[in-house]
Design a protein around this ligand. Structure first.
Ligand code: KG4
Ligand code: ZN
Length: 334
């Protein structure tokens, strides 16, 4: 089955062709340049940029796959969660194509795309605990089987990537700031400043492994008010200490969840999985605990249509499809 996949949930436009779970092409157009002057994603500009990009990117994904529209058997597109104006562009392009060519159509949950992304190249079998950590999400799931995902916890406020971006702004590092903090932190001492680690109590709703990142962002802001970081060393120490605290919170909670569900496979996906300290510490902890750690290649970690095509393929193969009146849902859950 040859699938054309479209992803436009936030600020990256992406298209892919996936054949029986194998990625034939995957193209991502970042909008970072569009949003950089504003220090964050501007929803109206995001939808307008998706509109401009979507048709050329569909053609490009087909070209690069060596196929034409005639060779495509089904169309899939992300239908949530995300910015609704952004989602609608990709979803409607997908539905229109499916309608015009009389092809089956399926809407894919963006979070399921991320959660299944470790299977694309590494072939990670179920069950595993998946940490989705990006600018928009920080959630833990126990993926037991296709469509059987136990939600173990989520952030109660900011996503981890959002905290990286906000602290980068405080340090004057620009947007998006995760990579800049990662680079700066290499020159700093992760133990220089002891920022608070939020440890949350269960709310008794089954989601026992929640996160919180707004406190640390405020702690960094307060610290900078009292200790102007006017030297490179001081700024590097703030970056390294902040990053260490975030990594501690992410890994402590994830490994507690792994123990609680009795699972020894752990996957990390989403843009923050690019973080070098998170990768190094996760690898060390996994080795220590006898856990198999999978972090997909970066192109499948950040937002991309290949993971949407892969998840769509799994569901289409089970006979699922959606009617063409499928709507976009900003708050779609998994
Ligand atoms: O998955 P993604 O590309 O887009 C969504 O948010 O859905 O993730 C982007 C996020 C941004 O917040 C960015 O600052 C963060 O991932 N990020 C990083 C690193 N590279 C990207 N955070 C920490 N360290 C990095 N090396
Ligand atoms: Zn995402």
């Amino acid at each position: 089955m040859r699938i054309l996949a479209i992803e436009s949930s936030c600020d990256d436009t992406s298209t892919a062709v996936v054949e029986d779970g194998r990625v034939r092409s995957n193209i991502v157009l970042s909008q970072d340049e569009v949003h950089r002057p504003y220090g964050g994603v501007v929803p109206e500009l995001a939808s307008r940029s998706h509109m401009r990009a979507i048709l050329p990117l569909i053609e490009a994904a087909l070209d690069r796959s060596g196929l034409t529209l005639e060779d495509i058997d089904a169309v899939v597109a992300t239908y949530g969660p995300g910015l609704v104006g952004s989602l609608l562009v990709g979803l409607n392009a997908g539905k229109a194509l499916a309608f015009a060519r009389g092809l089956p159509f399926l809407g894919v949950n963006h979070l399921e795309g991320h959660l299944l992304s470790p299977q694309i190249e590494e072939g990670l079998p179920f069950p595993y605990v998946g940490l989705l950590v990006s600018g928009g999400h920080t959630s833990l799931y126990f993926a037991e089987d296709l469509g059987v995902y136990r939600h173990l916890g989520s952030t109660r406020d900011d996503a981890a990537g959002e905290a990286f971006d906000k602290v980068a702004k405080l340090l004057g590092l620009g947007f998006p700031g995760g990579k800049a903090i990662d680079d700066l932190a290499r020159k700093g001492d992760p133990y220089a400043i002891s920022f608070p680690r939020a440890r949350l109590k269960s709310r008794g709703n089954g989601a026992e492994f929640d996160f919180s990142f707004s406190g640390i962002k405020t702690a960094v802001a307060l610290w900078l008010e009292e200790h102007p970081a006017d030297s490179d060393t001081a700024r590097a120490d703030v970056a390294a200490s902040f990053q260490e605290a975030v990594v501690d919170m992410l890994l402590e909670t994830s490994f507690a969840a792994l123990r609680a569900v009795g699972c020894n496979q752990f996957a990390i996906a989403g843009g923050v999985s690019a973080n070098s300290r998170l990768r190094a510490r996760a690898a060390a902890l996994a080795a220590e605990c006898g856990v198999r750690l999978i972090i997909p290649p970066m192109r499948y970690c950040t937002d991309n249509a290949a993971m949407i095509g892969y998840a769509g393929w799994q569901r289409l193969a089970r006979g699922e499809q959606h009617d063409l009146d499928l709507n976009a849902y900003a708050d779609l859950t998994l």
